[in-house]
Write a protein that binds this ligand. Structure first.
Ligand code: C5P
Length: 403
């Protein structure tokens, strides 16, 4: 199964394409998978080839495309066994209503349906059909049967459809399907754990149109929320203003200032096992923000600031705190200042990075500081760093919560 797959070889995805307009989007999905190091084997139904030519998938995957149960290119005439055996995961996308019916009833009358019945890896399906076909009671019965059989149903999404109607039935976008495939391959080290993440900058109002903020992009916090979700956690993300979309499956609460962020965190904290505080929270807020836009007066403007609450210290200081992970961006004496901060805020784990490395960039180099010492996670994309932090957090969390 996927979790035990050999990490030294690329993960193999068998992409099954059935007859639907959304088949064209799976060309993009194939490209995304290949670009990110996956081996992709495409199998199409006869109907799918009416929408997109096999040559498109062949060119993008770099592998011959199979459609026929009796394909003579497979030596032993057992394409349905051979292709399925090599796969770490099967995704059927788009999955037509007809194909869902076939899967739900164990039909094996073409290559794709047959290899799905003979699989020994996870099966995911991304339905795509007209909204009335999706709502059709027999189709819903089939979907329920598939769920009972442990098959993951991805989507469908609501929105505009190729037929001109609007409603549920659109296939999830290729980027989302890609994310869900990535998630399936991650070890489920936080299965059943409730994780709360703060991310992004805060924005402290000065008047109706102005405020004080900082250049935090939110990328690291969002990457951690995604990595925690991939690791099997249920994740809530309390986010200051950012331009980022919440990772699929993550509950997001939008806030503006530090006090609003604290209120959101306080209302969630009793349902939290692990609190990861990544937000770049402002230390001060203007004492009396103006409801109207401030006018130029021709002289200096003096603003009075009051201190903001320290959200992380507040949570870590609770009588029964969740497992707390802090972040520290320092411009000098990184490890010394970071360790002082970890002790002051009573944190089992603190992630430290140089200010100039951390803010806004797509990759990062961090040090993990805990009771056992310090270790470096060398420069890597933020998502890879996030996965490593989650893996370390999960290990420490289990140590702290030994029965
Ligand atoms: O700003 P400072 O370096 O103290 O931030 C260290 C950690 O404390 C970070 O994890 C940050 O999210 C958190 N913090 C907070 N509330 C503040 C300031 C910082 O939660 N007001």
């Amino acid at each position: 199964m996927a979790e035990a797959a050999n990490p030294s070889r690329p993960q193999r995805v068998l992409l099954g394409v059935t007859g639907g307009v959304a088949a064209y989007k799976c060309a993009e999905l194939t490209r995304l998978l290949v670009k990110n190091g996956y081996d992709v084997q495409v199998v199409m139904t006869e109907a799918a080839t009416r929408f997109v030519a096999p040559a498109t998938f062949q060119a993008l995957s770099g592998r011959p495309v199979f459609t026929d149960l009796w394909d003579s290119r497979v030596d032993n005439h057992m394409a349905h066994i051979d292709l399925g055996r090599g796969a770490d995961l099967i995704l059927v996308a788009p999955a037509s209503a007809d194909f869902l019916f076939k899967l739900a009833h164990g039909a094996a009358d073409d290559l794709l349906s047959t290899l799905c019945t003979a699989r020994d890896c996870p099966l995911l399906v991304a339905p795509a059909m007209n909204r009335q076909m999706w709502d059709n009671p027999p189709n819903q019965r089939n979907v329920n049967l598939l769920r009972q059989d442990g098959i993951a149903i991805l989507g469908p999404d609501a929105g505009e459809q190729a037929c001109g109607e609007t409603g549920f039935g659109r296939m999830l976008e290729p980027e989302v399907l890609f994310e869900l495939i990535e998630a399936t391959f991650q070890p489920k080290v936080l299965r059943g754990v409730r994780v709360l993440v703060t991310a992004g900058p805060t924005f402290e109002r000065i008047d109706a149109v102005r405020g004080i903020t900082n250049p935090s992009s939110g990328k690291m916090g969002y990457a951690l929320a995604k990595a925690a979700m991939e690791a099997g956690a249920s994740v809530t993300l309390v986010s200051g203003p950012t331009a980022l979309a919440a990772p699929f499956g993550v509950k997001r609460i939008d806030v503006e200032g530090a006090r609003q962020m604290l209120a959101a965190v306080t209302s969630e904290v009793s349902k939290t096992d692990v609190f990861i505080s990544v937000a770049a929270v402002a230390d001060y807020h203007p004492v009396s923000p103006s409801e109207q836009k401030l006018k130029k007066t021709g002289s200096n403007l003096v603003l009075e600031f009051a201190q903001n609450p320290d959200i992380l210290a507040t949570v870590a200081g609770l009588a029964e705190p969740p497992f707390c992970v802090g972040f520290a961006a320092e411009s000098e004496n990184l490890l010394e200042y970071a360790e002082q901060k970890r002790r002051r805020k009573k944190l089992p784990l603190l992630v430290a990075n140089q200010v100039q490395d951390a803010i806004g960039a797509d990759d990062n180099e961090v040090h993990l500081l805990d009771d056992h010492g310090q270790h470096l996670l060398p420069r890597a994309p933020k998502q890879a760093i996030a996965r490593a932090i989650i893996s370390h957090t999960a290990k420490l969390y289990r140590e702290y919560h030994k029965p």
